[in-house]
Ligand binder design. Structure first.
Ligand SMILES: Nc1ncnc2c1ncn2[C@@H]1O[C@H](COP(=O)(O)OP(=O)(O)OP(=O)(O)O)[C@@H](O)[C@H]1O
Ligand SMILES: [Mg+2]
Length: 263
């Protein structure tokens, strides 16, 4: 996915679909096609998977795809880890927060959402919140704050789409406690990296798709469901230095626009 693909408006490529084609002689041939996510139609993405399954890499590629295909998009990023683990190329600031500051970034994003909701901000260019390790973040909060943050996430998921607000959320297990009152059902794209336990499968995919499940043999393989009906075996785009450079340049620019400290 190095060249820009022709994609419909409100759509970005996020991975490859693994397809199997039978040749006339009956032998199978594997091939890949880009998996396109019509995010404006099926908003918000949930990425789940065991440790080391490729969630953060998938997450980075998605953010980078927004940068390439939606140059007007503004990105906020929270990672409930130390900066050095996955985002050493970014500095914490107005749009990026590590484990110490992701609560502040979440609140700043929620304020931007409220500004749009209440009509103070009329813009509808994509405003994206990427949250890596959402589960770990929630568990780190005292009960009362947890409730507050869960209620806010519920509002983002339910009301965001029509005002151009989108959430990408990555966590290991998508237990219902990490979302409130069925808010989990508002994810238009659900990605499961690696092999899922049957328990994990049932948490994110309808049982109709169980028979379409393929074993994942390599890191970066998984499954995706778009809009509740398009189910595919996928392969994440291999993480590259250019993805990191892309993200670093965007966050530097956003920081400058905000009037913060240029890196
Ligand atoms: N599509 C891919 N192709 C090849 N290698 C990959 C792919 N995706 C991820 N990897 C590699 O697998 C390793 C783990 O990836 P990543 O950190 O994204 O996993 P994770 O699920 O976020 O892990 P953690 O649970 O520790 O946060 C990294 O070294 C990464 O480079
Ligand atoms: Mg990770």
């Amino acid at each position: 996915m190095s060249r820009l693909l022709q994609v419909p408006e409100g759509t970005i490529p996020v991975a490859y679909m693994e397809m199997l084609h039978m040749l006339p002689d009956g032998s199978p041939r594997r091939f890949r096609r880009p998996l396109l996510w019509p995010y404006a139609k099926f908003p918000h993405a949930l990425i789940v998977g065991g440790t080391g399954s490729g969630k953060t890499s998938f997450f980075k590629v998605m953010l980078s795809s927004f940068i390439r295909y939606e140059p007007e998009a503004e990105l906020y990023l929270c990672s409930y880890k130390t900066r050095m683990e996955d985002f050493a190329f970014l500095e914490t600031g107005s749009h990026f927060g590590d484990f110490r500051s992701c609560r502040d970034i979440f609140e700043a994003f929620f304020q931007r959402f409220t500004d749009r909701l209440e009509g103070r901000d009329k813009k509808r260019t994509p405003l994206i919140l990427g949250f890596d390790e959402w589960g770990g973040f929630l568990l780190s909060l005292p009960k009362k704050e947890q409730e507050d943050v869960l209620a806010k996430m519920g509002q983002l998921l339910m009301l965001g789409r029509s005002i151009g607000v989108f959430v990408l959320c990555a966590l290991q297990r998508p237990d219902a406690v990490f979302f409130r009152n069925g808010a989990r059902d508002n994810f238009g794209l659900v990605v499961a990296m690696g092999n899922l336990s049957s328990d994990g499968f049932q948490m994110v995919f309808p049982s109709d798709f169980l028979s379409a499940l393929k074993p994942c043999r390599q890191i970066g393989e998984g499954h995706a469901l778009i809009g509740g009906f398009q189910f595919s075996a996928i392969r994440g785009v291999s993480p590259k230095a250019c993805t990191d450079r892309n993200l670093a340049a965007t966050f530097r620019r956003q920081e400058r626009d905000e009037g913060g400290t240029a890196l």
